[in-house]
Design a protein around this ligand. Structure first.
Ligand code: ADP
Length: 378
């Protein structure tokens, strides 16, 4: 297995956590990323500078590899298809990545597989929105290249159309959300499926970015089992080989609706490193290298706090704050070593484990206080 040459498109923190787990399996992971200072660069001797969206770069990167996976969806699927033609293994398949890259095709796919989604209409551009005044207020989402809430806006009324996205988008009904949950599912080449327990994600309402995450989700057993069924059905409908995060809304009237899919390790699965028997990163490596899937059971309850630039650590010197945090037990720091950047950039995360969710939550409150972060009670 350690002779298998594995490559990852994207060199961000998800890739670096994959590398961390690849060390246990004796694997040397090759990484392709545009930025020489991306988190993965310092952890692999096979770091290639190139654009995962560029056909030639991806083709050249894949030439000497046996198997390729991704840590972001913005990759060149045409090049991946060419690599499949050359006999390389690509997990998830380029077809799946293509479906998911576009929110419109993603939604159409889910609808055709009879998976419950938020109803939406396709919008060709800003002016096209005027045809749907009867659908306002609604949630407008760019079809492509939206992430961390950047391609999402609420359109309340006709006036808001003036500031709406120009790009092709979808306009979703505004959902009366009770909870946002995520189920991570993995499926291997033999069709064996393993799921992690549902987790609950609490978003920063203004920036629409994940603030913190709770595992297990505070939902009924029946809802948890329905959510797992939906995730498994989705993975099977896609014929997935790889890992998939299925983000869902639990509505105030008790419905589960799939919001979006991510066919890669996901920040709603960071906690699996400390809180589950097998981490999502190890699980993906097991899939891509043909090893048996690992046990996904939870060992502990946990709260995962996202550390965003710069408000996460405002008013405090970063190093001092993190040092103070580490005086507490059951606190696991993951600092991504990024050189800073735009507001809202993910700089790190902290997973706090506990015997019960209340126990983990109360420890997390202490940590938030140290970091000057307040909880938005949900
Ligand atoms: P991204 O791809 O940027 O993560 P999402 O589709 O996950 O975008 O949307 C970001 C957040 O916006 C969601 O987590 C949710 O809080 C809110 N949101 C998304 N869609 C809707 C909707 N139809 N109704 C109400 N809120 C929504």
């Amino acid at each position: 297995m350690e002779r298998l040459k594995v490559g990852v498109l994207g060199g961000g923190q998800l890739g670096s956590m994959l590398i961390r787990h690849a060390i246990d399996f004796g694997l040397n992971i090759a990484v392709l990323d545009k930025h020489a200072d991306s988190p993965c660069a310092r952890y692999t001797s096979s770091f290639c500078i190139g654009d995962p969206m560029n056909y030639d770069d991806v083709l050249a990167f894949g030439k000497n590899l046996d198997v390729i996976t991704i840590e972001k969806e913005a990759v060149n699927t045409k090049a991946l298809k060419a690599l499949v033609q050359q006999g390389k293994k690509v997990f998830p398949s380029p077809d799946i990545i293509e479906i998911i890259q576009n929110k419109n095709t993603q939604k159409k796919f889910l609808e055709s597989a009879e998976i419950p989604v938020v109803p939406a209409v396709t919008i060709n551009g800003r002016e096209d929105l005027r045809r749907y005044l009867n659908k306002l207020p609604g949630c407008l989402k760019k079809c492509e290249n939206g992430y961390d809430g950047k391609g999402v806006m609420i359109i309340k009324n006709e006036q808001d159309i003036d500031i709406a996205f120009e790009e092709p988008s979808i306009l979703e009904e505004l959902v009366d959300i009770k909870n946002e949950i995520s189920v991570i599912v993995t499926r291997n080449e033999e069709g064996v499926v393993h799921c992690y327990d549902p987790v609950m994600m609490i978003f920063d309402k203004e920036r629409m970015i994940l603030d913190y995450q709770i595992s297990p989700a505070n939902i009924s057993e029946e809802q948890a089992s329905d959510a797992i069924d939906i995730a498994v059905k989705t993975a099977k409908a896609l014929n997935l080989v790889g890992i998939l995060a299925v983000e869902m809304f639990l509505t105030n009237d008790g419905k589960l609706l799939v919001n979006e899919l991510a066919p890669r390790p996901h920040n709603s699965g960071h906690h699996t490193i400390e809180a589950c028997v097998t981490s999502q990163y190890e699980q993906l490596l097991r899939v891509v290298t043909g090893l048996p899937l690992g046990d996904t059971r939870m060992k502990n309850s946990s709260v995962m706090i996202n550390l965003l630039e710069p408000s996460a650590l405002r008013k405090k010197n970063v190093e001092l704050a993190l040092k103070e945090v580490l005086y507490s037990n059951d606190v696991h720091l993951h600092w991504y070593g990024k050189t800073g950047g735009h507001e809202g950039r993910k700089m790190g995360h902290i997973t706090i484990t506990g015997s019960t969710i209340d126990n983990a939550f109360s420890k997390a409150k202490t940590i938030r206080n140290i970091l000057n972060m307040e909880y938005e009670e949900s």
